[in-house]
Design a protein around this ligand. Structure first.
Ligand code: HEM
Length: 454
C-alpha cells in the first residue's frame, strides 16, 4: 500500500505569481519584507497595512509575496468563493502540505466536496453524543490534580488534557504506553509543520515529524480492518465505517490522511481557545461566577450532548474569547484564476490571505472591540450578526471548520467540570503574553492561582 508518508506522492504547489506591483502597498525591506514586524506585532502590522492602503494591498512576509484582504466583504469574497477563484490546497500547502497532505483543507472544489460529505458522517449528532460521553471520564481524571501545584501552569495542563482526550475520542485508545507513544509521534509531526527547516535532514524537527507521521500511519493502517468491522463509537471507527447514502466511502489511504489531518486540526486550536477563555475568566471574576452559576444550575457533574443549549453564558464567553484571539490567525488561499476585488485585479496563482483576528476587532463594526464583553453575543445585542462574515473564528463557506460543534462541545464539557471544581485568578495587573503564530499561546504558560472548591 502506498502510504501518504511516501514523499514521491506529495506534489507541491506551483510557483507563486509574484507580479503584484500594480496593487497598493509595499513589500518592506529587501528580502525579509515585513517579516520582522509581522513576528513582533502581527495584529499591529496588518492594522497599519489596512489603515494605510485600504481593503486590499500587497505585502511580503516570511519570504512570500501575497495579497492581503481586510474586512467582512473580503472574508466573504475569499471564503465563500462563489466563483471558485481560490485554492485552499495551494494556500495551505507551504505550512501543511508535507506532513498533512490530502487532509480535507488541502482539497479543492468537487474533490473537496466529495470527501467532506463522507466525513460529515462522523460528525452527526449521535456521534457527537458518543464523543462527549467518552470525553467526560478523561476530563474528570485529567483535571483531578490540577490544584496540587499552585500556581497551575494552565497551558501545558490543558494541552496534555486535550491530547489525552484525542487519544481516547479520535483513536479509541485507553491511556497507557501506546497512547503516550502515539501522542509523542503526533506532537512531533505538528511541531515539524511549523519548523523552519522544510526537509527531513536527520536530527531536525522535520525529520522527527516525518518519523512521527510514519508511526501514526502504520498504527492507523494496522487498525483499519478491525475498526471497520467494529461497532466502536470513537472517531477513527466512524471514519472507517463512514458511507454516504450513495455508497461513497474512504479508501484505506484516505482514512490515514484524514485521521492525521483531523487530529492536527483539532488539537492546538481547541487548546488555544480554552486557554484564552480561562485567562479571561481569571481576569474577570464576575464572568467566572456567572459561568459557575450556570454550571451549578445544571445540577449534574458531567455535561452531556443534550445539555449544550443550557450553556448560554459559557457559549457567549467562548465566542468572545475567540473573537479576541482566534486560534486560526490567518487563512491563506491561492488564486486559480485572475479575479477582481474592490476595483483591483488579483492575478492567477497569487497568494491571498484574510485575517479573522483583525476583522474581529474592527472598530467600524464592534463596540469597544478591545474589551472582553461576552454580552455582545447576547440575542439582544448580536454584534456578530451584522454581517455573515464578520465573525469567522471557524472560517466560512465550503471550508468552514467541520469540527466546530465538536470544539464547542469539548470546551463546554471541560469548563463545566472545571468550574464546579476550581476557582482561578490572576493578579490585577497581569496580562497574558501571547505568541501569536502559528497558533496563539501564552509564552509564560499562563500561571493561574487555583483554589479547589469541591
Ligand atoms: C476552537 C477550535 C477550532 C477552531 C478555532 C478551528 C478553526 C478552523 C478554521 C478557521 C478552519 C477553516 C480554514 C480554512 O478555511 O482554510 C477550520 C477547518 C477545519 N477544521 Fe477546525 N477549528 C477548531 C477545531 C476543530 C476540531 C475540533 C476539528 C475536528 C474534530 C477540526 C477540524 C477541521 C477540519 C477537518 C477543517 C477543514 C475543513 C474543510 O476544509 O472542509 N477543527 N478550522
Amino acid at each position: 500500500m502506498a502510504f501518504s508518508t511516501d514523499q514521491s506522492v506529495y506534489t507541491p504547489a506551483p510557483r507563486e505569481n509574484r507580479k503584484l506591483d500594480h496593487l497598493p502597498g509595499s513589500y518592506g525591506l529587501p528580502l525579509f519584507g515585513r517579516t520582522f514586524k509581522a513576528l513582533r506585532d502581527p495584529l499591529g502590522n496588518i492594522r497599519t497595512q489596512y489603515e494605510t492602503y485600504g481593503p486590499i494591498s500587497r505585502t511580503n512576509v516570511f519570504f512570500q509575496k501575497s495579497v492581503n484582504l481586510f474586512g467582512p466583504e473580503a472574508n466573504e469574497f475569499v471564503l465563500r468563493d462563489r466563483e471558485r477563484n481560490f485554492s485552499s490546497r495551494y494556500g495551505w500547502d507551504r505550512a501543511l502540505g508535507l506532513l498533512f497532505p490530502r487532509g480535507l483543507m488541502l482539497r479543492d472544489f468537487d474533490d473537496h466536496r466529495f470527501h467532506r460529505r463522507i466525513m460529515q458522517e462522523a460528525f452527526r449528532k449521535e456521534a457527537l453524543a458518543d464523543y462527549v460521553n467518552m470525553m467526560n471520564p478523561e476530563i474528570e481524571s485529567g483535571i483531578a490534580h490540577w490544584a496540587d501545584n499552585n500556581p497551575l501552569l494552565f497551558y501545558p495542563a490543558i494541552k496534555k488534557l486535550t491530547l489525552d482526550m484525542a487519544a481516547r475520542v479520535f483513536m479509541g485508545l485507553k491511556l497507557g504506553p501506546e497512547a503516550d507513544q502515539l501522542n509523542r509521534a503526533f506532537m512531533d509531526a505538528v511541531q515539524a509543520s511549523v519548523g523552519v527547516v522544510r526537509v527531513p535532514i536527520p536530527g531536525t524537527q522535520m525529520w522527527r515529524g516525518v518519523r512521527g507521521r510514519e508511526l501514526l500511519c502504520r498504527f492507523f493502517a494496522s487498525m483499519i480492518e478491525q475498526k471497520r468491522a467494529s461497532e466502536d463509537g470513537d472517531f477513527f471507527a466512524r471514519i472507517c465505517r463512514a458511507e454516504t447514502e450513495d455508497g461513497e466511502k474512504f479508501s484505506d489511504d484516505e482514512i490515514i490522511d484524514h485521521m492525521n489531518f483531523l487530529m492536527m486540526a483539532a488539537h492546538d486550536t481547541t487548546t488555544s481557545a480554552s486557554t484564552t477563555l480561562i485567562y479571561h475568566l481569571a481576569k474577570y471574576p464576575e464572568w467566572q461566577e456567572r459561568l459557575r452559576e450556570e454550571a451549578r444550575a445544571l445540577d449534574k457533574t458531567h455535561a452531556e450532548h443534550g445539555d449544550m443549549d443550557h450553556f448560554q453564558q459559557t457559549g457567549q464567553a467562548f465566542r468572545e474569547a475567540m473573537r479576541l484571539l482566534p486560534p486560526v490567525v490567518v487563512i491563506p488561499r491561492r488564486t486559480v484564476r485572475e479575479c477582481e476585488f474592490a476595483g483591483h485585479t488579483i492575478p492567477a496563482n497569487a497568494n491571498v490571505a484574510v485575517f479573522p483576528g483583525f476583522v474581529h476587532r474592527m472598530p467600524e463594526w464592534w463596540k469597544e472591540p478591545e474589551q472582553f464583553d461576552p454580552d455582545r453575543f447576547s440575542p439582544e445585542r448580536a454584534e456578530d450578526k451584522q454581517h455573515p462574515f464578520l465573525y469567522v473564528p471557524f472560517g466560512g463557506g465550503p471550508h468552514t471548520c467541520i469540527g466546530m460543534h465538536f470544539a464547542e462541545l469539548q470546551v463546554k464539557a471541560i469548563m463545566h467540570q472545571f468550574l464546579l471544581r476550581y476557582r482561578v485568578s490572576v493578579a490585577r495587573d497581569y496580562y497574558m503574553p501571547v505568541q501569536a503564530l502559528p497558533i496563539p499561546k501564552p509564552t509564560d504558560g499562563l500561571p493561574l492561582n487555583i483554589e479547589r472548591i469541591a
